[in-house]
Design a protein around this ligand. Structure first.
Ligand SMILES: Nc1ncnc2c1ncn2[C@@H]1O[C@H](COP(=O)(O)OP(=O)(O)OP(=O)(O)O)[C@@H](O)[C@H]1O
Length: 465
């Protein structure tokens, strides 16, 4: 089975607790073979001679990682530590380099999303482990750090409204936070509190506070089911010295525990049905956003390969894009981020400046066959997304680099004029102009250096507050 790994959008597959199905005598229909998950198609009866039935008996899906996390006695068992070693450390190294990161868990209700993202007191999950890693930073990630600042926020989206999980809410008006969009930095929640933390214990306290406030309710499948999507955000800023130049790099880490996907059940009370409808609405929108992004990414990569072929001189391939239309006439499809609060807030994480990891959780029991197949198709779609993360570097440092490049360019031009010197009167004029430009740029660089030096020392003082 060919393993396809998408750029900066990793898909992870995790099979979690099976206790309920075991109690009901359910059959296990999923198995993991390295990075491939195989699901037995229960619609094809394996006992009969089904040569007349063309459907596959097993359906295989490949992922970046597959974990079997059902029974701790099993030799294949993937512990929380193992999952952290694979995923958590890559989140940390990305954050230390200044990338935005998003890690989100998607799956059927009761399939282990909260267990994976938050964990239990006896077996802590990815979110607290990642926070611990930020504070016990090892030198092997990078050795240029001067100082860093960590701020966290924690929100939930319940019935399409945003609530701050780290703020005492007014009981009469608890869901009043609005989502807005900044033209450069993207969507944000107006009025969401950010908490400066200086050690791991402070993060754990805030995490516990937020988790306790999150809305849960009993469903048929899970008696403490999360009824909201929770987003824990870490703003990690580092003041660094890059080539003796003071700079700042900032990373935003979104750790998302989604509410469980579940089929509507008319026997639930009105509140539960409304919740379910809103959960499904945002998960359906997420699915549409993911598949549109995947389509656009595929179109982009096929256009790129066409361009590279044509630039190599093989014009016979022009216009041979998958749909048969010319690459020049195809436009990326519209992505309906704003159709749900969840997709709007995760806009950059899903299709922009972010390294994103989706963890798809399932139960391996036959009773969950439909939900399992739907989760796997969802994740298989997400695998085709190509994001474009970039290091969030300081704008002043970028400006200095550009000015330096400009100075080098002008100096080279100056030298070539001096060498040629064919028409003295004309070249003297140009020479004078170029020398003036070089001097002006050098002066600008000196001033920015001075400004940065002052800012940096003020910044360090602020970071240490
Ligand atoms: N790998 C695992 N090992 C041990 N216990 C697990 C594992 N996965 C899940 N559980 C347990 O199963 C129960 C359901 O898991 P969890 O709350 O994580 O599900 P969920 O997907 O977040 O559900 P929902 O969407 O309804 O909130 C919890 O009691 C959890 O501790």
């Amino acid at each position: 089975m060919h393993l396809s790994v998408s750029l900066y959008f990793q898909c992870i597959f995790k099979i979690c607790s099976v206790s309920r199905e075991r109690a009901e005598g359910g059959r296990v229909i999923v198995e993991v073979d390295d990075r491939v998950a195989k699901v037995r198609n229960i619609k094809v009866d394996s006992r009969l001679d089904s040569s007349w039935d063309s459907r596959e008996k097993t359906v295989a899906f490949s992922f970046d990682y597959c974990y079997w996390s059902v029974d701790p006695e099993d030799p294949k068992y993937a512990s929380q530590e193992m999952v952290f070693q694979d995923l958590g450390t890559s989140v940390l190294s990305g954050a230390f380099k200044g990338y935005n990161i998003c890690l989100f868990a998607y799956g059927q209700t009761g399939s282990g999303k909260t267990y994976t993202m938050m964990g239990t007191p006896a077996s802590i999950g990815l979110t607290p482990r990642i926070c611990e890693g930020l504070f016990s930073r090892k030198d092997d990630y990078t050795d240029q750090t001067a100082s860093c600042r960590v701020k966290v926020s924690f929100l939930e989206i319940y019935n399409e409204r945003v609530r701050d999980l780290l703020k005492q809410s007014d009981r009469k008006k608890p869901y009043t936070l609005r989502v807005r969009e900044h033209p450069e930095t993207g969507p944000y929640v107006q009025g969401l509190t950010q908490h400066l933390v200086t050690d791991y214990k402070q993060v754990v306290k805030l995490l516990e506070e937020g988790i306790a406030k999150r809305i849960t309710a009993a469903t048929h499948i899970h008696n403490a089911s999360s009824r909201s999507h929770a987003i824990f955000t870490i703003h990690y800023t580092q003041a660094i010295l890059e080539n003796n130049l003071p700079s700042e790099i900032a990373s935003k880490i979104n750790l998302v525990d989604l509410a469980g996907s579940e089929r509507a059940d008319p026997s639930y009370c009105k509140d539960r049905i409304t919740e379910g409808a809103n959960i499904n609405k945002s998960l359906v929108t997420l699915g549409i956003v993911i598949s549109t992004l995947a389509q656009n990414s595929q179109m982009f990569s096929s256009c790129q390969s066409i361009n590279s072929i044509t630039s190599e001189g093989d014009s016979s391939h022009v216009g041979s894009s998958p749909s048969g239309s010319s690459s020049g006439t195809r436009r990326p499809a519209y992505i309906p981020y704003r159709d749900s609060i969840l997709t709007w807030l995760l806009k950059d994480s899903l299709g922009g400046n972010s390294k994103t990891i989706m963890i798809a959780t399932i139960s391996p029991a036959s009773s969950s066959y439909n939900e399992t197949m739907s989760t796997l198709r969802y994740a298989a779609n997400a695998k085709n997304i190509i994001n474009k993360p970039r290091v969030n570097e300081d704008a002043n440092v970028k400006l200095i680099r550009e000015l330096r490049e400009e100075i080098d360019r002008l100096k080279t031009m100056l030298m070539s004029f001096e060498l040629r010197n064919s028409s003295p009167s004309w070249s003297d004029d140009r020479d004078g102009n170029l020398t003036e430009l070089v001097l002006q740029n050098e002066l600008k660089v000196c001033m920015i250096y001075l400004m940065l030096y002052l800012l940096f020392h003020r910044g360090i003082a602020l970071l240490q507050l």
